[in-house]
Design a binder for this molecule. Structure first.
Ligand code: 2PG
Ligand code: MG
Length: 424
């Protein structure tokens, strides 16, 4: 039988930060080989599925500062492999098997880095058997919807050693008519940021984890004004053709009810922080804001949604952690109107897809997202497209782990019947 799994091997590889991560290789009876590597976050939410690291266990060695993933790899090779060998790959069955082996909600025993790798490689293998790309496996017919990119220009927070309080200042090139045009605009803006920043006397060769510039502006407002200037400098119209998106990643600087700004040295109550954000939104061409409040500060999210000064996308990342239960709460209480979809926050492909579908059914926009620690793998681009996510967030245009995803989207656009998604 050519469609049978003849081998499954887990191994430890490195991510874009030089930290260990899980890779898995599945061989089928027809001799084909399918590989998946999984990403890893830095600004992780506490409700995410558990990324198994060897810290403090017998597997840990003195290298990799306890961050090795030998236990997760052993779980693939010793526990999962025997269950899958000589079976026909099937995504539903694999995910059910993984849930059966590890009944904890957050994949604490096997590790979400192990489960996601196996879950995804199964999807890749099934797509191969059907002679489809992963994107076409999820959407076999009709024009594929290439997602609108949300691209990092400036980085702060956990990705740039706190250069800014907020984590990302990004741009959305919503006036572009094709993905390749959108990407060319963003590359120009990113280059302009380096050029203009240097001319203004900033150090612009500090490249953050996701390829953005780690310029230590005094305030978020100054950073937004700078990005607006860069959009104008390349001849594009801020607000009409290209707008700003922010990832505040507020969980990172939340402390017992307060938001503590490192750059200004000020501590804000939730109410004061709300006012700061409203001023920011009213002063700049911002159309999307992610994690404006901390992951469990639900009340502040709900008040914020009720009092928005203009219609914008309010995205839950740490708030939802790609978890259906948390999404339900957010839908019922109108805590946000958009969700970031990160497969490794969830740990299983079928469940991640379910979360995305539920969000869309309830009028939420969906943004499929990479992590700050990435690999050269490009499956995310196929998932975002095949699932009709609408938007994709991959970091900046620098770094092969980022361009692998952009380049895959360029390939899909050049070789398939496609339409380019509008952001909302
Ligand atoms: C985020 C992601 C990607 P991390 O917060 O949205 O930018 O960061 O992977 O570190 O959680
Ligand atoms: Mg985020």
């Amino acid at each position: 039988m050519t469609a049978i799994i003849t081998d499954l091997i887990g191994l430890q590889v490195l991510d874009s930060r030089g930290r260990p991560t899980v890779c898995v290789r599945m061989t089928l009876g027809d001799g084909s080989i399918h590989k998946v590597s999984v990403p890893s976050g830095a600004s992780t939410g506490q409700h995410e599925a558990v990324e198994l690291r060897d810290n403090g266990t017998s597997h840990a060695e003195r290298f990799f500062e306890g961050k090795s993933v030998y236990q997760a790899v052993a779980n693939i090779n010793e526990i999962i492999r025997p269950e899958l060998i000589n079976t026909v790959p099937n995504t539903q069955r694999t995910d059910a098997l993984l849930i059966g082996i590890d009944t904890t909600d957050r994949h604490e025993i096997l590790g979400a880095n192990a489960t996601l790798a196996v879950s995804l490689v199964t999807a890749k293998a099934v797509a191969h058997i059907q002679e489809l790309s992963l994107a076409r496996f999820y959407q076999p017919t009709g024009a594929l919807r290439i997602p609108m990119p949300m691209v990092n220009i400036l980085s702060g927070g956990a990705h740039a050693n706190g250069a800014l309080d907020i984590q990302d200042v990004l741009v959305i090139p919503h006036g572009a008519t094709t993905f390749s045009q959108a990407l060319s605009w963003v590359v120009a803006i990113r280059d302009a940021a380096a050029r203009i920043g240097a001319a203004q006397g900033y150090v612009t060769n500090l490249i953050a984890d996701e390829g953005g510039l780690g310029i230590p502006f005094e305030s978020s407002s100054q950073a937004c004004a700078f990005v607006t200037e860069c959009i104008e400098a390349v001849g594009l119209a801020p607000g009409q053709e290209v707008s700003i998106a922010l990832d505040i990643a507020a969980t990172q600087f939340y402390d017992r009810g307060n938001y503590v700004s490192r750059s200004s040295g000020k501590t804000f109550t939730a109410q004061q922080w709300h006012e700061q954000l409203i001023t920011l939104l009213s002063s700049h061409p911002i159309i999307s804001i992610e994690d404006p409040f901390a992951e469990d500060d639900w009340n502040s999210w709900e008040t914020f949604m009720r009092l928005l000064p203009k219609p914008i996308q309010v995205v839950g990342d740490d708030l939802f952690t790609t978890n259906l239960g948390r999404l339900w709460r957010g839908i019922e209480n109108k805590s946000a109107n958009s969700i970031l979809i990160k497969p490794n926050q969830n740990g299983l492909v079928t469940q991640t897809h379910d979360v995305l579908n539920h969000a869309q059914e309830h009028g939420f926009t969906t943004i499929v997202s990479a992590r700050s620690g990435e690999t050269e793998d490009s499956w995310l681009a196929d998932l975002a497209t095949g699932w009709g996510a609408g938007q994709i967030k991959v970091g900046s245009t620098h770094g092969s782990e980022r361009t692998a995803k952009w380049n895959r989207l360029l390939e899909l656009e050049a070789t398939e019947e496609t339409v380019f998604s509008k952001p909302f």
